[in-house]
Design a protein around this ligand. Structure first.
Ligand code: GLY
Ligand code: MN
Ligand code: MN
Length: 503
């Protein structure tokens, strides 16, 4: 076994270091390791999604017959020295297992009789009579009870092994069958990346000398396959996305109800209010919320969220709740903090709303993915010409792409386990492809007049508006999953006026 192999097993099992043995007396070690009640195995119930994850694994197995596939959950990133960021497993791992265990690895070993043997490796429970229990830094005394391997197997419907066995199993498999290529979801588990690089010659060496191209291509194809497999959601995923949208809409209501506190405390209050809903209803936010008051709305990725909130301005909130199963919504509303749009704010808002309606109407099975983008851009280009901000006719503006100075971004993307879901899917399946029933996407036109943009009259400067809904493509058209959230200018004004609590 290589050094990295040892590390993979030892680190993850959290074996007690010799240094710890020197620090603690034998008496304390013995005391801490005794006197604990037996904790019994729990009955595990198969997870609701295990039927679906099994089908997804079956499809992946069929796509890569005769090849080894290695899909890690990933490792938590360090925030500062011994403090980590909250762990979020790779979407690919979640898609195939429904599990969330840090450091776990799913391996598909091709079976000579056909298909694959699927094996999940993860950290087992630690016996309290071992010092690992309290000294490993990941022991159950510190981090809480883990599921046993048997419990996990019952829940996920997968064969489960101790992660400590992975280096040996992988080494033996690769050595015994040198003709079987491996494909790895790389870049998420450095120890695993290194171990496979040591085992497979075409993973070694700097890329410049061309030694790792073949493996890189294999890995890339695995990633692309898993991205494309997520384009059409199954019924369980659609239900998760519905829940994400419902929680997200509750979060928007929370924010509007706390606008007075937000005016006193600034954008951070908005961020905190939405995040509280995300944690209460789901796992987290699906991406950093954009809580942009006034001219901050013109910065597409305004995530500093540290500005003031003033009456008379607009607040753009782009936020999504991620369910406990890791599916996220992606919703934007822009509303007048006072409850009333100014005439110009309303004119700009109405144009974006018209673009949203035109784009949503263009979402249907068989339509090109690009169609709804074009519908949104056309509507906005026409308004920009009408207002004298761009020289017409509109088709010239569109041909030259001039409206992009003020619209800045495309009109939407797939959502799912990632906010920008399926982004690695082949172009012909996604951006150059056609819509299919079961896809879930955002429609999100916007207009942004930067505070220092000398090409527009002064009164436009510093106004940014985006409206973003989440749309399910159905057999005969579309369903707006966020339809219950106020959208037209009148609805938005009434929403703010009625929800906002008076102090
Ligand atoms: N919230 C990111 C986006 O709208 O694409
Ligand atoms: Mn968004
Ligand atoms: Mn979006």
């Amino acid at each position: 076994m290589t050094d990295n192999g040892k590390l993979l097993g030892k680190e993850r099992q959290g074996r007690l270091s010799t240094a710890s043995r020197r620090i603690y007396s034998e008496e304390l070690l013995e005391f801490m390791c005794s006197g604990w009640a037996e904790t019994s195995e729990r009955n595990s119930v198969p997870a609701e999604q295990s039927v679906y994850t099994a089908k997804r694994r079956q499809a992946l197995s069929a796509a890569f017959a005769g090849e080894r596939l290695v899909i890690p959950a990933g490792i938590a990133k360090t925030r500062v020295n011994d403090t980590k960021y909250g762990f979020r497993p790779t979407s690919e791992y979640v898609f195939l297992t429904g599990d969330r265990t840090e450091g776990a690895v799913l391996v598909f070993e091709p079976n000579p009789a056909g298909g694959h043997d699927e094996q999940l490796y993860l950290l087992p429970r630690m016996s309290p009579d071992s010092s690992e229990f309290w000294l490993s830094g990941r022991g159950e005394l510190e981090a809480g009870r883990r599921r046993s391997l048997t419990e996990t197997a019952g829940e996920l419907g997968l064969a489960v092994e101790d992660i400590g066995r992975l280096p040996t199993d992988l080494t033996e498999a690769v050595t015994a069958r040198p003709g079987v290529p491996s494909r790895l979801l790389r870049g998420h588990d450095v120890v695993l990346d290194t171990l496979l690089a040591e085992l497979e010659p075409d993973r070694r060496g700097p890329r410049e000398v061309g030694k790792s191209i073949a493996a890189e291509q294999r890995d890339q194809e695995l990633k692309a396959n898993l991205a494309a497999a997520r384009l059409v959601k199954d019924v369980w995923e659609i239900d998760q996305l519905r829940r994400a949208c419902e929680s997200t809409m509750r979060g928007f209501d929370d924010v509007v109800a706390e606008l007075d506190q937000a005016i006193a405390a600034g954008e951070r209050w908005v961020e905190g209010t939405f995040w509280r809903r995300a944690r209460v209803d789901g796992n987290d936010v699906g991406y950093t919320s954009v809580c942009a008051a006034g001219a901050h709305a013109c910065s597409l990725h305004w995530v500093r969220n540290d500005g003031p909130i003033r009456l008379g301005e607009l607040l753009l909130l782009d936020a999504g709740v991620e369910t406990d199963t890791f599916y996220t919504a992606d919703v934007t509303r822009t509303f007048p903090i006072s409850g009333t749009f100014t005439e110009l704010q309303r004119k700009i808002y109405d144009a974006v709303h018209d673009a949203l309606e035109a784009a949503i109407a263009a979402v249907e099975p068989g339509a090109r993915f690009r169609d709804y983008h074009e519908a949104a851009e056309r509507t906005l280009a026409e308004r920009l010409v009408e207002w004298g901000l761009l020289e017409g006719p509109a088709h010239r503006v569109l041909e030259l792409g001039l409206s992009r100075r003020y619209t800045l971004h495309g009109a939407g993307h797939m959502i799912g386990l990632d906010v920008h879901d399926c982004s690695g899917a082949p172009r012909e399946d996604y951006v150059d492809g056609v819509l299919k029933a079961g896809m879930v996407l955002t429609v999100e036109p916007g207009l942004y007049f930067q505070p220092d943009d000398l090409t527009v009259p002064e009164q436009y400067r510093g106004i940014g508006v985006r409206i973003e809904d989440d749309i399910l493509v159905t057999e005969d058209g579309r369903e707006n999953l966020t339809a219950a959230l106020p959208r037209s200018a009148d609805e938005v004004e009434n929403w703010v006026r009625s929800k906002r609590r008076k102090n």
